[in-house]
Every structure is written in C-alpha cells, then in structure tokens.
Design a protein around this ligand. Structure first.
Ligand SMILES: [Mn+2]
Length: 487
C-alpha cells in the first residue's frame, strides 16, 4: 500500500478537471489587519537570555506537530511550552532557530506557509487547507504579530547545512527529523549538550515576568469561576455523576480559556484517595466529601492547578472537619514558609510536619512524629503520598527539566509561582486506620507567587478554611446554576 501523506485521507475523491479548475477561481482576498502582540517584547527578552547562555552556538527549539488520535484525526494541537515561551507562536510545525552571528544570535522562526487560494491544498488538504481549517496567518503577518523574522520552513534544512553537531543544541523530542539531523550525544556523567539546553530553558522559566504573571492570574480567575459553576450544580441531598461536574468545569475552561490544563480529577467519596482519579465514573453521595483537582489553561497556555474538597451535604462531619483542619493547617504552614530564599525542601518539611502531627492526633501514626519524619522512616507518607507542591506556569508541572539544585534541592525566588497542596488519604481498604477514616481523601491546593517577603495566593478567590468553604458552598447553591458564559 502506498504511504499516506500526512493528513491525506484514503478516500480523497479523484475530482474531474472541470471541478478543480472551477475551485481554483473566483476567490477574493482575505486580508487581515495585524499588529505586534503585547507579549512580543517579552519573548524577545527571553530569546536574548537563551542567546547569552549559548554564545556562538546554533540553538534549535521546535514546536512539535499534531499527533494522531485515531486513523486520520488528530489531537487538538498544543504547542511545545519552551517554543511558545520563546516565540508566542501557538501553531504546529514551527521551529525557532537562533543562528550565531558573531555578536549574539539572529532569531528566525521557520513556519509552514498558509495554504490559501493560491494552491489546491486550499480545498484538498484537510490538515492544512484553509477551506478546512480556516484562515491562518501568513509568514509576513506572523512576523508582524510576533516581532521576529519568519521564513518558510522549507528553507530550514538548507540553512542548517554546515552546522556542526558540536556547535548546535536541539530541544529533543519534538521533531523527529531534527532529532535525526543532530544525533543524540552520550552524556558524560551529567547532562548532554541538548540536555543542558532543556535544563537552561526550564531554569529561565522559573522566574515569571509581568506578562506571565498576568496570564497565570487569568487562568486562576477562570478556574475560580469554574469551581463556582460546579458548586452551583452540586446537590446536597442526592447523587450527581462525577462526569457532570467534570463537564461543567470543562465548559468554563473552553469558553474562557484554551481548555483544561490537565484532565480534571473529580473524586467523590473514596475516589478522592486515588491521586490521579480521572475515570470520573462515580457519583456523589450525601454525607461524603468530593475532591476536585481542576485547572484552566488560558488562551496563552498558562495553567492554574487548584484543588478543593467539599462536604456534599454542606457541612463537614466532626471527623471530616478534623482531617480537613489538619490539611488546612499544613497548607497554611507551607504558605507561611514561602519567601525568597526558602528551601524547597524546607517548605515541604513545614507541610509534612503538620500532617504527621495530625496523623498522630488521629491515632493513626505508630511511634513518634519525629521518628516518622526521620529520612530513614517516612512512614507517615502512607497517608500523605506526595510532595507539598510544584512549579506552575506553561506546564502544570512547570520547569521540570531544571537541574535539582535550582528546584527540588534549591530555594524559591521572587516571582516563582508554585502550588501548595498537602493532602491526607485513607484508602478504603487500609486496615491500619480506624474504619470511619477509610475512604476519606482531602487535599487543598492553591497557586502562590513568591513576593519580596512572603507569598501571594493567586487563588484566594476560593475559600480554604472549613468554615469558609461551608459558607461559600451555601452561597453558590443559593445563587443557583448558571451557564458558563464569558466573564
Ligand atoms: Mn498540583
């Protein structure tokens, strides 16, 4: 069987010439009035930082291509985060190249030209044709919008001719052809040259600039409205499927943002104890809790990451309240520890100590708190399961390629954005805890920015304390269901 061209469908009709000629004629212009985007000034500064890190070397950062979902359909494209951070371009099949020019670098964005009415792809290509996918920006328009030189991607191979492997760095894993052009190098103990590029990009992304902070606040604000939407349809006295709640939040994410930053975790009852519960095929029950971990990705791909655990009936039972208060105290201890220079591990320890003490108070923890916290024990983790949080930005687990000394083993700095999200989880079949605790899972997660002397809670639009959660849930129910409409 002949190889299918990407995006070509097996049943493309053999059109008669008469039809083809007819389709090639009679189309008017579709000019767009474009202007430089506000983020262009920021992406230029970010490219300068990368240029300064790799003097005299060619730096290649691809966007990635659409991935097949099934047969001839694709997942909705989502640009590579480093590429988006450096260009502001969110379309597939772009490649940013920093060409060394002696003094620094010339940045060139290689892009696929639009397939307008000047080619048969206009009406024949379901993947690229504008009759199928809508008007795309031309190379010239893209250059104006993004404030960077843009060239046809067909020129890329030729313009990389002669670039030595030892003088180039490629962000691997996004473009198989480029990964092949620049063969992977053995890492000598530490990181490979390409690994260093990925690490440096991650580390540069740790500090959010003013434009990024505005994007993150936007994503969080939409997320707050999504949680309100969900609370407004959550019945106190009867079941509602987890997927209805998932869908209500998804509607908000799509109306006001690009979509979800990650699959929503909607865990009613004991599903809350499964950390990545995204099957969401259960239903709420009066008297139980529901844990929801949901975040909107905004139109510039910045995501929120927020968790709330609500008492379905409207008020926590005394035992639920006791566990909730422990988690809340732990989260507050973590937030209190966040300030410039605070060790990531110190914030972790601040959260974990409160959780371990709470587990002791609940009569669950064998031995002493100090013994459990000892690095050679950590038995408390049976019920805490995960770390206190992570960096947040374009990726929900942001800056993950950073070298440990800049992240897990380092200190947070002003304008880092991270989550603080301790939890306690008692599995339904955990025979080491009292029966009434089994199936209870509670997490509270907020998104904070490190300020000059502490932190700012970006998601303060949602309540955290048990009392405030109960009052807020009551208010939302009182207000009643609403359609997700643009704010
Ligand atoms: Mn998280």
């Amino acid at each position: 069987m002949a190889e299918k061209k990407s995006g070509e469908r097996p049943h493309d009709p053999k059109f008669p010439e008469k039809f083809l000629d007819f389709m090639r004629t009679g189309w008017g212009a579709s000019d767009l009035d474009v202007a430089e985007l506000p983020q262009a000034a920021y992406t230029a500064r970010r490219r300068e930082a990368v240029s300064a890190a790799f003097p005299g070397e060619t730096v290649v950062v691809p966007s990635g291509a659409e991935k097949t979902r099934s047969n001839d359909t694709f997942f909705r494209f989502r640009a590579g985060s480093d590429f988006a951070w450096l260009t502001g371009d969110l379309d597939p099949e772009g490649v940013l190249v920093l060409h060394p020019n002696g003094a620094g670098h010339d940045a060139v964005l290689y892009r696929r030209p639009r397939k307008g009415t000047d080619s048969d792809e206009f009406f024949r290509s379901a993947k690229y044709g504008e009759l199928w996918i809508g008007r795309k920006h031309s190379l010239e328009e893209t250059s104006v919008r993004l404030g960077v030189e843009v060239r046809d991607v067909d020129r890329l191979e030729g313009e990389l001719t002669g670039v030595e492997r030892g003088k180039a760095r490629v962000l691997r894993g996004f473009d198989a052809a480029l990964d092949g052009r620049f063969a992977a190098e053995e890492a000598d103990g530490g990181l490979s040259r390409d690994g260093e590029l990925a690490a440096v990009l991650s580390e540069l992304r740790l500090v959010k600039d003013a434009w990024e902070l505005a994007q993150l606040q936007d994503a969080v604000d939409i997320t707050v409205r999504g949680f309100e939407d969900v609370a407004r349809v959550l019945p106190a006295d009867g079941p509602i499927p987890e997927r209805v709640l998932e869908g209500v939040f998804a509607a908000r994410s799509r109306v006001e943002g690009n979509g979800l930053g990650y699959d929503s975790i909607v865990g009613a009852g004991s599903h809350a104890t499964t950390l990545h519960w995204i099957t969401n095929d259960g239903a709420t029950a009066p008297g139980e809790l529901i844990l929801m971990d949901m975040g909107v990705e905004n139109d510039h791909l910045y995501t929120a990451d927020v968790t709330r655990t609500l008492p379905v009936s409207g008020t926590f039972t005394p035992l639920q309240r006791q566990v909730y208060d422990i988690v809340h105290a732990s989260q507050q201890a973590g937030m209190d520890a966040v300030r410039p220079g605070a060790g990531f591990q110190d914030i972790h320890q601040a959260c974990m100590r409160v959780l371990a003490e709470g587990l002791k108070d609940l009569g669950v923890l064998p031995g002493s708190v100090e013994e459990a916290l000892d690095k050679d024990s950590l038995i408390y983790r049976r019920w805490t399961l995960h770390g206190f949080g992570h960096m947040l930005g374009l990726d929900v687990h942001d800056c993950a390629n950073s070298r440990p000394e800049h992240y897990y083993k380092g200190a947070v700095q002003e304008d880092f954005v991270l989550t603080v999200e301790p939890g306690l989880y008692f599995q339904a079949n955990d025979e080491l805890v009292p029966e009434e605790l089994r199936g209870v899972g509670i997490r509270i997660e907020d998104d904070v920015r490190v300020t000059t002397d502490g932190c700012e809670n970006l998601s303060a639009g949602l309540p955290r304390s048990a009392e405030d959660v109960e009052a807020w849930l009551g208010e939302q129910r009182e207000a009643g269901p609403r359609l997700a409409l643009p704010a």
